[in-house]
Design a protein around this ligand. Structure first.
Ligand code: NAD
Length: 424
């Protein structure tokens, strides 16, 4: 029997690892070559990023056009495998330009490090004791990252909460760290660990967790755009979008998909710039649930006095330009160069604007023709290719599937067979 228990896999070279997976999965040489193709990266670079590397997983990289954010035009790189997302963002950005594009801002790049203290007999007293040591805590934390402090960042404040839990009261200290142009997880975690023994000493409790919170409520990115009612299809479209928004506000089943549509755009830019999209995802959905005590949309939609549509977005945006993969991944670096951003906050503003654009595009499509029509032609091409169509056959098969409104594998195979038979 095959065993997945492999000791020393990490010590093997690329060749050695390919050998193992080739045998285990009975892979062909072509499959190994595909997996092992590292594209724009050297194998050594990839091998340094994660463990047990065998290759890379390429994603399509597209450019969203038409974005004007705070008066500056941007071409926005988006890495995503889902059809229609880049086109929808570009289209929404074009419509937003009619009224000047997006305005965006941030709350500042402050992340929260949590330190969990248990076994404190007087949790409220301990809270006061910790707060009384605020300046000492900040200097212990900041000693750990003089570079961050030099750039104007570092630990800035301390907050303490007493939490009632299933295992009794806990004292939770929050270290508020200005991370400047870093996402900050490593910086914050290091600071939280440095502070922890002192908190134990002062409170008489025992520290367990010392880690960043992804509910980054002090690192928000915000954007606003006005959409001219005539440009987007008239009053009926504005009202349709407001109906769709009200539905999402009232119903978590709809809201999950509303926010997913936003994250289509957000994640694509976050990934293209080498950032931690899991952190952004976790923060976005936690924020959507936290800010008003129930799971709600990350955007708002209203009609102004002219009857034009006003959209806003606000969500945590822990993205960086230094640290993690952002500075070592050559494609991410090139994408950041293309964006022309100089600070993580500028990047966060762009990501928020793309999220808002994506939401507008999805709601407009849903409220008018339905989402599938736009999706279908690209989806049909994927189905055609999956059914075995190659080259110009892909478009021929896709066209029939869309025309017949039967975008299905079985029909694609039939149409392909028919086209090939005709050719013979
Ligand atoms: P990092 O530690 O690699 O780099 C950040 C450091 O760069 C700063 O601490 C500072 O010393 C230095 N620096 C230089 N110029 C700077 C500038 N202009 N602004 C700010 N700092 C500057 O990276 P990081 O951002 O601390 O950590 C990010 C990584 O942590 C990501 O890869 C993420 O996936 C990972 N991570 C995330 C979590 C999570 O829960 N979200 C947890 C652990 C790790």
């Amino acid at each position: 029997m095959k065993s997945s228990e492999l000791s020393g896999f990490y010590r093997k070279s690329g060749e050695g690892r390919w050998q193992v997976i080739r045998n285990f999965g009975e892979l062909t040489d072509a499959e190994i070559a595909t997996i092992g193709n590292t594209g724009a990266l050297d194998f050594d670079q990839v091998d340094r990023m994660i463990e047990n590397v065998v290759g890379t997983m390429p994603l399509p990289l597209g450019i969203a056009v038409n974005f004007r954010i705070n008066g500056t035009d941007r071409l926005v790189p988006m890495a995503i495998e889902e059809p229609s997302v880049v086109a929808a963002a570009s289209n929404a950005a074009k419509l937003a330009r009619v009224k000047g594009g997006f305005t965006a801002s941030t709350s500042g790049p402050v992340m929260i490090g949590q330190i969990q203290i248990v076994g404190v007999p007087d949790p409220h007293g301990a809270r006061m004791t910790i707060l009384a040591h605020r300046d000492e805590i900040l200097s212990i934390a900041n000693e750990k990252d003089p570079v961050l402090v030099k750039f104007g960042g570092g630990a800035k404040d301390v907050e303490v909460r007493v939490l009632q839990t299933a295992r009794g009261p806990m004292v939770i200290a929050h270290l508020l760290v200005d991370c400047r142009d870093a996402m900050g997880a490593n910086a914050v975690n290091t600071m939280a660990e440095a502070v922890a023994p002192h908190l134990e000493r002062w409170t008489g409790g025992r520290v367990y967790l010392r880690i960043i919170s992804n509910l980054a409520v002090r690192r928000l990115a915000r954007a606003r755009a006005a959409f001219d009612k005539e440009a987007i299809g008239g009053e009926a479209v504005v009202d349709g979008i407001l109906e769709a928004y009200a539905f999402a506000e009232a119903d978590p089943f709809r809201c999950a998909t509303h926010n997913k549509g936003i994250m289509n755009g957000v994640d694509a830019v976050v990934i293209a710039t080498g950032n931690d999209w899991r952190a952004v995802e976790a923060g976005a959905h936690a924020y959507a649930a936290w800010k008003s005590g129930g799971y709600r949309p990350l955007t708002t939609w209203e009609k102004d006095a002219n009857g034009d549509l006003i959209g806003t977005i606000e969500l945590p945006m822990p993205v960086g330009l230094v640290g993690g993969a952002t500075a070592v991944h050559p494609t991410a670096r090139a994408n950041v160069h293309l964006l022309g951003v100089k600070t993580a906050q500028e990047l966060a503003e762009i990501v928020a604007a793309v999220g808002l654009a994506q939401n507008f595009a999805a709601l407009r499509a849903l409220a008018t023709e339905g989402i599938q029509r736009g999706h279908m032609s690209l989806h049909a091409r994927n189905i055609a290719a999956t059914a075995g169509a190659v080259g110009h056959e892909i478009d021929e098969v896709a066209e029939v599937l869309v025309r017949e409104r039967k975008v299905r594998m079985d029909r694609a195979a039939e149409v392909l067979a028919h086209i090939r038979a005709k050719r013979k």
